[in-house]
Structure formats: structure tokens, C-alpha cells
Design a protein around this ligand. Structure first.
Ligand SMILES: Cc1cc2nc3c(=O)[nH]c(=O)nc-3n(C[C@H](O)[C@H](O)[C@H](O)COP(=O)(O)OP(=O)(O)OC[C@H]3O[C@@H](n4cnc5c(N)ncnc54)[C@H](O)[C@@H]3O)c2cc1C
Length: 470
């Protein structure tokens, strides 16, 4: 009888969709496992609204998730209902004449690129790769490699937002401007972004040019040759991770310039050589000589592109990313990004070199790009023209690994603050509240606006829980 009862109970749990694994939510870094009450994948606005009203009635919390690539619990909180937006992903309208696309917020950049490429259109702003959702990207206020357009806010015409009281509002520079400034970069704390009108541009042909230089030359080079060069559209650089005299000194600098030459084929490219790239990346995760080898290979490939290879804008904005997938129960890869005023770049790199060496940080890649000054948001990560330095790091998952990572991250943030820079809020919550306040002097105003628009604090995540209390 007892066995029959257990069997029936199990059947009921399985049929009702219960799975313990589903109730543990994590982000891509695997460093923030958390128990959540429920994960739902809404496909209609009514489903989203009814969850919000249920949370209101029962005093529950809601967090919102896209592709879960923010890495500090920005999409979750203990015992909350997670709205996983990936199935809310329709492309609603393409206005070719006015260069606008309207999409639901769970759509990814990849989906949009596939839709607009046949029209020879391209996104103005997105991250370096195309795996992210539109909602997650707006909520982080992302930036990429385009030196002309700046952050994603500049490519958003308007969006609809469902607020904590269940009402839907239009948000743009003309309507509800305050919400426009708060929600883009607002980490899902003000409501659920429903659909977004995004501005597009032409899928031009670019010529790629690579150059090798010393990091001390870079700020001047950037100001003279990139910033004021109307022909340069995409730009990025890498700093050497090779553990020799070149460590954090030598740079490969890449620019894409508009070309009048024609491409035979503008089809979208798919990621190639994943296994090969994963292999070499893996070597650099484990061995110093692997780091040296990877930097050497990067330089050889760079040399080959000196002649000005042609590429479409869409293909230049589909950076390979699958080779980064990594699973180990002992360690994981994390990202960090620091925004440094253009003229303080070399000073920052010198300080960073010291911290990485002293603290034995397993640094696997250092990307460099530009973010133009923007003060139109409530909390702006680039209040002045900045060079963004992106660190790709392998860290241990153990408690000691986390403790060490927290300590050296705080040292890096101190260095950043000394250089009058800021840091990206979508990564691990290692910096202190004091550091956050120094980097973002309006953060407490931002938190009180959150309480104004959401007095019951229905929309919740670990970022808000960690930093909003004095
Ligand atoms: C490998 C890698 C490369 C990256 N490259 C770049 C880069 O080039 N440039 C850059 O700027 N950033 C970059 N990032 C950071 C990334 O852009 C952000 O973490 C972004 O938020 C990820 O989008 P997502 O779909 O994964 O969102 P998630 O991580 O799932 O969510 C991010 C935030 O958005 C909120 N949110 C999600 N959907 C909605 C919605 N519909 N309504 C309201 N709020 C919502 C969530 O609550 C959360 O606070 C990178 C991250 C990784 C891991």
C-alpha cells in the first residue's frame, strides 16, 4: 500500500511538471545557484500580467530572465517566480522604409540578423556576439564594437513596459522619458519589457585592418585614427596575455572601414572550427605556454588580415562564441568589464598588470573597445569617453576561489576608481556597496526611483538585494 502511495505521489509530481532541478536557477557562470519558487515561460502578455497580479496578491517576488548571461544573479532571487522570456520572441514588424524592426523582448540578436539580412539591413548596436535577448540587452544597456552609435539606448526608438501594477505603458524619449532613462540599464527592476522598436542601418561592406602596437601608443592612436575617422565603423583590440615581456603590453588593434568594393556573397556566416578553437582556448586556460601559443596564433591571423579582407557588417557582428562553452565542476570562466577614461588607459593597464601577477589571476583574454560618453541614462557606465577593458578570467568555484576572486576584483575596482573609471554591473557582485556608490554616484537615487515605480518591490534580483540597503 505504502509503495503504491509513493508511486502515485511520484506520478502526480512528474505529471504536474515538478522537477527539483528546475527549481534551482543559475546564470551562465554557474556561481550563483539559487532556489526559486517557479520558472515560467510566458508566450502572451496575459500570462505575464496574471503572474504579476498573483505576485501582488500573494506578496511574492518576480525576476526576469533572458539568456542568463549576466553573471551575478541579476535574473533571480530566493523563492521568486522567474519569468523566462525566451518563448516570448516573435518578430512583429519590419518597416524597411523607416528602418525599424519591432520584436518581442525574448527575441535574440541572431534571430533578428537572420530576419533582416535578406533585406540587406543591419542592427546599429548589439554586443560583440549575437546570442543575447533584446530584453536582457536593454536591461544591461549593452554596447558593442561600433564606435559611431554608442550604447543600445541610442538604437531604441520605443518599447512597451508592463509595470508592477499590471498596467502597460509606452516608453520613449517623447512618452514616459523618466522610465526610458531608468529601464534601459535598469536590470529588470521596473517591469517587464514587452516589445521594442529598434532602429536599423545598412548592411554595408567593410574592410578589415589589423595593426600591432604597444599599449602606451593606444590612447593617442585611438583619438587620431579611430574616433575622428568617419570611415571607421567597428573597432576593437586585444592585449597580450602571453606570460612574457609582452604581457599586457602588446596589442592587436582591429578596425573595420566602410568600403565601396562589392562582396560576392552577403549570406550570414555560421561559427566555424568550434572544436579547434575550443582546444586552443582550453590550453590557454590550463598552461602558460598555452597562453603564449594562443597569442602567437592570434598575431599570425592578424598579419593575414593586414591586406584588407572584405566582410559584411552583419558578419562582422556575429563573433564566434560557441567555443567558449566550458564545464568543469572545479572551475568556471567569468567576465569583468571596466570603463576607463581614454587618456588613463595606460595607467590602468600598468596597475592591472601588477594585480594580475601578484594575485595569480588566471587571465585568458583582454578585449578592448570604445564606449562614447553618455549621460542620458540614470546610471551611466561611461559618463565620459571611455575605453572598455573586458577581462575573461578562469576562477575556482570553491569558497576559497570565490573569496580570492572577490578580493582581487575589489583591488581592480579600486584601481579603476583611482583612474576615474567605472565597472559593468552585469557581472559578479564582488565590489562593495561603497565602491558601487563611488562608481555610480546616483545609485541611491536609482534605487529610490525603483521603490517609487514598484512600492511592493515585486521585481527583485540579487543585485538589488545586495546593494539597495544602506
Ligand atoms: C560571453 C559574453 C559576452 C558578452 N559580451 C558583451 C558585449 O559585447 N557587450 C556588452 O555590453 N555586454 C556583453 N556581455 C554582457 C551581456 O550583454 C549582458 O549580461 C546581457 O544582459 C545578457 O543578455 P541576456 O539575454 O543573457 O540577459 P539576462 O542575463 O538573462 O538578463 C539580464 C538582465 O536583464 C533583465 N531582463 C531580461 N529580460 C527582460 C525583460 N524582457 N524585461 C525586463 N528585464 C529583463 C534581467 O532581469 C536581468 O537583470 C557579455 C556577456 C557574456 C557572458
Amino acid at each position: 500500500m505504502k509503495k503504491v502511495f509513493i508511486f502515485l505521489l511520484l506520478m502526480i509530481l512528474i505529471l504536474s511538471g515538478f522537477s527539483y532541478a528546475e527549481m534551482i536557477f543559475n546564470d551562465v557562470s554557474r556561481l550563483n545557484p539559487i532556489h526559486v519558487r517557479q520558472i515560467i515561460q510566458p508566450t502572451t502578455i496575459e500570462e505575464i500580467r496574471s503572474k504579476i497580479l498573483e505576485a501582488q496578491r500573494l506578496n511574492l517576488r518576480i525576476s526576469i530572465a533572458g539568456k542568463r548571461h549576466s553573471q551575478g544573479g541579476q535574473q533571480s532571487c530566493e523563492d521568486c517566480i522567474v519569468l523566462d522570456m525566451l518563448s516570448f520572441n516573435k518578430i512583429l514588424l519590419l518597416d524597411v522604409k523607416n528602418l525599424i524592426i519591432r520584436v518581442q523582448s525574448g527575441a535574440t540578436w541572431d534571430q533578428i540578423q537572420r530576419y533582416i539580412n535578406p533585406f540587406n539591413l543591419s542592427l546599429e548596436v548589439m554586443q560583440t556576439s549575437n546570442i543575447f535577448t533584446v530584453g536582457g540587452s536593454l536591461s544591461a544597456n549593452v554596447h558593442g564594437r561600433d564606435v559611431r552609435y554608442g550604447d543600445i539606448r541610442n538604437a531604441v526608438k520605443s518599447f512597451r513596459l508592463i509595470l508592477a501594477d499590471g498596467n502597460i505603458v509606452n516608453v520613449s524619449r517623447e512618452e514616459n522619458l523618466e522610465l526610458f532613462r531608468l529601464v534601459i540599464g535598469g536590470l529588470g527592476l521596473f517591469g517587464v519589457i514587452l516589445d521594442v522598436d529598434i532602429t536599423l542601418t545598412d548592411n554595408d561592406v567593410y574592410e578589415e585592418h589589423d595593426k600591432i602596437m604597444n599599449y602606451k601608443e593606444y590612447s593617442q592612436y585611438f583619438k587620431r585614427n579611430i574616433k575622428d575617422n568617419p570611415n571607421t565603423w567597428l573597432h576593437f583590440a586585444s592585449l597580450s596575455i602571453s606570460p612574457d615581456d609582452n604581457f599586457l603590453k602588446e596589442m592587436i588593434v582591429t578596425s573595420y572601414q566602410k568600403s565601396d568594393r562589392k562582396l560576392k556573397n552577403q549570406n550570414l556566416s555560421e561559427e566555424m572550427d568550434v572544436a579547434r578553437n575550443k582546444f586552443f582556448f582550453g590550453l590557454s586556460r590550463k598552461y602558460s605556454w598555452g597562453k603564449q601559443l594562443r597569442w602567437y596564433l592570434q598575431k599570425v591571423l592578424g598579419e593575414e588580415s593586414k591586406g584588407g579582407q572584405l566582410i559584411s557588417r552583419n558578419n562582422a557582428m556575429r563573433n564566434p562564441v560557441k567555443f567558449l562553452d566550458y564545464y568543469s565542476s572545479k572551475d568556471t570562466d567569468i567576465l569583468q568589464e571596466y570603463f576607463i577614461p581614454v587618456d588613463r588607459f595606460a595607467e590602468f593597464v600598468d596597475g592591472l598588470r601588477g594585480i594580475v601577477k601578484n594575485d595569480k589571476v588566471n587571465l585568458m583574454n583582454v578585449g578592448v573597445r570604445h564606449v562614447p560618453a553618455d549621460n542620458t541614462g540614470y546610471i551611466s557606465y561611461a559618463p565620459q569617453d571611455s575605453i572598455a577593458v573586458v577581462l575573461y578570467i578562469n576562477q575556482k568555484i570553491s569558497d576559497k576561489g570565490k573569496k580570492d576572486a572577490k578580493a582581487w576584483t575589489r583591488r581592480i575596482v579600486d584601481l579603476v576608481l583611482k583612474c576615474e573609471g567605472t565597472y559593468y554591473l552585469v557581472y559578479q557582485l564582488y565590489p562593495t556597496r561603497e565602491q558601487l556608490k563611488r562608481a555610480y554616484p546616483k545609485i541611491d537615487e536609482f534605487f529610490s526611483k525603483k521603490r517609487f515605480y514598484d512600492p511592493q518591490e515585486i521585481f527583485m534580483n540579487k543585485f538589488y538585494e545586495t546593494y539597495s540597503q544602506n
